[in-house]
Design a binder for this molecule. Structure first.
Ligand SMILES: NC(=O)C1=CN([C@@H]2O[C@H](COP(=O)(O)OP(=O)(O)OC[C@H]3O[C@@H](n4cnc5c(N)ncnc54)[C@H](O)[C@@H]3O)[C@@H](O)[C@H]2O)C=CC1
Ligand SMILES: CC(=O)C(=O)O
Ligand SMILES: [Mg+2]
Length: 371
């Protein structure tokens, strides 16, 4: 088995699929690893560190894709990467297929075995390979939002925490999962007034126990969302229905009635976004304005703090990478239902129900392809 790590090519994406310590986890088990030259250099991971960990170097992405049996990446493959995938090759990375019909069609056409980090489940519940990046993005959502509330960035000119004698800003967080909880932690730290909404009342109960009357919790429905966002200075979208396109919870009409110069940070944009007015942006040009409201919709927020993010991601991905590389995909998926839940596309079939439903493909259960 040869594991290949190409350099990421998405805009301002400096994360890398495997760190040198992760490479060592593989090479010490007899797995060969090839890394594209310079893949980690932007975050201080040199080619020398990779070769010291037992990897060989390749001069181009084409070389990595052409030779490797399994590709380990961070972001969804871009069109030129999809074109390099082949029948039976394993692709292990974030995919976010439900809002992305072009990528889905390209992966189906490739015949590759495509395992999405974001739908792999954990024995304790949750999505353990999404969680570390959601921690990063949730924390970043407050700093990105606070920065764009400044006048020079187009915002209304508001300091989230206020000062003595002047009221604090109001942060509204929709979705109280990993993104929401991490945003909440940072928002409370700034001194802002915070409202959190979720459909899961148990989740709101847990937050209430931790933060008491320092925050307001609201059951998420159209009425509560409307009231909260109309009063918000900063609104964060962190909802998720695993694997599916995000529900559009904040309508264009609500946006048009928000305060002028307010900011929305749609973290859920990688699943299509939960604000009707959102579309994906990049770190190079992160915002746009609709009806006087600044929209920050960067689909790879953790890429901005790529060193922290790469190590946090590798902590979560390396276990399954070792299983796939040492057992092969069929046995690894057969033996582990949680890893199997990550299989989204396999040899031309869509094997994740929500993706098949949202994009109009026949759903083929993973089990039926493993026997
Ligand atoms: N833009 C970026 O760079 C990044 C985006 N993300 C995305 O952020 C999103 C959230 O991820 P996590 O927090 O890890 O998910 P999570 O599963 O931990 O939390 C999602 C929460 O949304 C809630 N929810 C579902 N429907 C709702 C509704 N109608 N109203 C209110 N709440 C609702 C769920 O009950 C759950 O508590 C995902 O789409 C994820 O892919 C994550 C990391 C980076
Ligand atoms: C989860 C995701 O989309 C990211 O880390 O970029
Ligand atoms: Mg995409």
């Amino acid at each position: 088995m040869l594991v290949g790590v190409p350099k990421e090519i998405k805009n301002h994406e400096y994360r890398v699929g495997l760190t040198p310590p992760s490479v060592r986890e593989l090479t010490s088990r007899g797995i060969e690893v090839v890394v594209q030259q310079g893949a980690g250099e932007q975050i201080g991971l040199s080619d020398d560190q990779y070769t010291a960990a037992g990897a060989t170097l390749a001069g181009s992405a084409r070389d990595v894709f052409g030779r490797a049996d399994m590709i380990v990446k961070v972001k969804e493959p871009q069109p030129q990467e999809c074109a390099m995938l082949r029948e039976g090759q394993i692709l292990y990375t974030y995919l976010h297929l439900a809002p992305d019909p072009e990528q889905t069609a390209a992966l189906v056409k490739s015949g590759a075995v495509c395992i999405a980090y974001e739908t792999i489940t954990g024995p304790g519940g949750g999505l353990p390979l999404l969680a570390p990046m959601s921690e990063v993005a949730g924390r970043m959502a407050i700093q990105a939002g606070a920065a764009h509330l400044e006048k020079s960035r187009g915002g209304m000119g508001l300091l989230l925490g206020g000062v003595p004698g002047v009221a604090a800003g109001h942060v509204v967080i929709i979705g109280a999962g990993v993104v929401g909880t991490n945003a909440l932690q940072m928002a409370v730290g700034t001194g802002a007034r915070v409202t959190v909404l979720d459909k899961n009342v148990d989740r709101l109960r847990q937050l209430d126990l931790v933060y008491g009357n320092r925050i307001s919790t609201l059951y998420s429905n159209a009425h509560a969302i409307e009231e909260a966002v109309l009063d918000a200075d900063l609104a964060i979208g962190g909802v998720l229905v695993p694997g599916a396109a995000a529900p559009k919870l904040v309508t264009r009409d609500m946006i048009s009635r928000m305060k002028k110069g307010a900011v929305v940070v749609d973290v859920a944009i990688d699943q299509g976004g939960c604000f009707e007015t959102s579309h994906p942006t990049t770190h190079a040009d992160p915002t746009f304005v609709v009806d006087g409201v600044i929209h920050y919709c960067v689909a790879n927020m953790p890429g901005a703090v790529a060193r922290t993010s790469t190590f946090a991601l590798n902590n979560a991905t390396i276990g399954h990478a070792v299983a796939l590389a040492t057992k092969g995909w069929r046995r690894a998926l057969l033996e582990d239902v949680h890893l199997r839940n990550g299989l989204n596309v396999c040899q031309g079939k869509v094997t994740y129900q929500a993706v098949a439903r949202d994009l109009g493909y026949d759903y083929v259960p993973a089990e039926s392809l493993l026997g």
